[in-house]
Design a protein around this ligand. Structure first.
Ligand SMILES: [Fe+2]
Ligand SMILES: [Fe+2]
Length: 315
């Protein structure tokens, strides 16, 4: 859909139509985000000491946030293997991050292609692409540094990403971004706060948290604007599709190879993780902010909570 945002004009004229007012608000928001980007953007390739040795006994995630924490399989692992499992879980999470960021970048480029690059709104979209380019490279460096063997997503996620390219649905791009960005924000804030964790993982999390806050501030009003214009029939399809995409994004956090690397049977380990109340609570806690927002604007309704409960994204 063509983007009709007008070039930046400062404050909206008092006599402007509602559409002009909305474009002016959109431009003000984008101008604010561009200023924040100019002040607080990081180059992870130079900001992070990639050559510092890693302590094999240090966790990358708090122990109670590892998918197998508290299960009989967890009890079988010694401390070092538990720490390693947490590092591989975070490496797998960054691989899922790369998958999602590539899908998001394609959506943002399409958004700019349909719009007008003289608007601050479109200029910010490209700034966000630049952030995500650095993030995906940073995640790949983390994967390499930890010896995790691949940045590839599961075949299912790969197919879903390709489907998103085909469907060309920018509104879904923004809604998916809100879910994934709020979810990882909540997880990574816990990592930044916990000084006992691996410094490399915390550096990656810190840069990501700072830059993602802007992305969330860009996507939320955009989704609200698009949602307001959506027909009831399209909303019904959208609600189901977003829950499916979000469930898949969360399922992608722990690739089965994480368990295989720990010497566990991936099928048995996935089953144990799925039944683990600690892991269920982690997913609910990290989903909360996105789901509060979706509920507030009507994307999630009491009639559609089941799609979210199925992935343990809602209690
Ligand atoms: Fe990112
Ligand atoms: Fe982002």
């Amino acid at each position: 859909m063509p983007d009709t945002a007008a070039p930046a004009t400062g404050a909206a004229p008092a006599t402007g139509t509602l559409a002009q007012q909305r474009n002016a608000d959109r431009e003000l928001n984008a101008a604010r985000l561009l200023r924040a980007s100019a002040k607080h953007s990081y180059d992870p390739l130079t900001e992070i000491d990639w050559d510092a040795p890693l302590d094999p006994d240090q966790y990358a995630l708090p122990a109670h946030r590892v998918s197998l924490y508290g299960t009989p399989l967890w009890e079988r692992l010694d401390e070092r293997r538990r720490a390693q499992l947490s590092v591989h879980q975070f490496a797998s999470t960054t691989a899922a991050g790369i998958w999602f960021e590539l899908v998001l970048m394609e959506g943002l480029i399409r958004h700019v292609y349909a719009g007008d690059l003289t608007t601050r709104h479109a200029q910010y979209a490209l700034t966000e692409v630049a952030d995500e380019c650095r993030h995906s490279t940073m995640f790949a460096r983390y994967i390499t540094a930890t010896g995790y063997p691949s940045a590839r997503p599961t075949a299912r996620a790969d197919r879903l990403g390709r489907l998103h390219f085909l469907l060309n649905d920018t509104t879904m791009t923004f809604a998916g971004a809100i879910f994934v960005e709020e979810f990882t924000d909540a997880m990574q804030r816990e990592m930044v706060r916990d000084e006992s964790l691996q410094p490399l993982a915390r550096s990656v999390a810190r840069i990501h948290v700072i830059e993602e806050a802007r992305h969330i501030g860009y996507a939320k009003p955009e989704l609200e604007r698009r949602w307001a214009r959506m027909t009831p029939a399209r909303r019904a399809v959208f609600r189901r599709a977003l829950a499916l995409l979000s469930r898949q994004a969360v399922a992608e956090l722990v690739h089965p190879r994480v368990y295989a690397l720990a010497g566990l049977d991936p099928v048995e380990a996935r089953r144990a993780a799925a039944a683990n109340p600690h892991w269920r609570q982690a997913r609910i806690d990290w989903s909360r902010k996105a789901l509060d927002f979706f509920t507030e604007i009507g994307v999630v309704t009491p009639a559609t909570v089941r799609g979210w409960q199925r992935g343990a994204l809602l209690p």
